[in-house]
Design a protein around this ligand. Structure first.
Ligand code: CMP
Length: 140
């Protein structure tokens, strides 16, 4: 297993319900390390560029609207096998299908308002990290 870095976003449904600390605790308890973090409100253009990979999907417009509906908290996370590990801790995209005990099973409201995002590959992680953070903001 390799040490990887990945990007996580706590989504507007979770910041609205004051779940930021509870979600971050799941990552830290799994041995992952937060090496950069910011709270921000994405612009429509930023949301569109961040999720450009989904631009042809039917849910793209609604997803972008949702992601700008409130503040988000973004973090760069580092650890052994971090990309797969975070996806395991988050659970399936649709909270209805997420395994018991996962973040989305416990906190997710819908497939769109599913509380948290995590990069799905090393390539996506590097794009997403570079999109939201500059090198000097990442402190290992
Ligand atoms: P996320 O991991 O942030 O990546 C893309 C997001 O699109 C996903 O989580 C969901 O919140 C959202 N989404 C909305 N509808 C769908 C859908 N039908 N299939 C997959 N993702 C969806």
């Amino acid at each position: 297993m390799a040490v990887e870095r990945t990007l996580s976003i706590i989504k507007p449904d979770a910041t609205r319900r004051n779940l930021t600390g509870k979600i971050l605790a799941r990552f830290e308890e799994a041995g992952l390390r937060i090496v950069a973090q910011k709270r921000l409100r994405l612009t429509r253009e930023q949301a569109e560029r961040f999720y450009a990979v989904h631009s042809e999907r039917s849910f793209y417009d609604d997803l972008c609207d949702y992601m700008i509906s409130g503040p988000v908290v973004a973090q760069v996370i580092v650890g052994e096998n971090a990309i797969a590990l975070i996806r395991e801790i988050m659970g399936a995209t649709n909270p209805a299908n997420a395994a018991p005990g996962t973040i989305r099973a416990e906190f997710g409201e819908s497939i769109e308002a599913n509380s948290v995002h995590g990069s799905d590959s090393p390539e996506t992680a590097e794009f997403e990290i570079g999109f939201l953070f500059s090198g000097i903001e990442i402190i290992g």
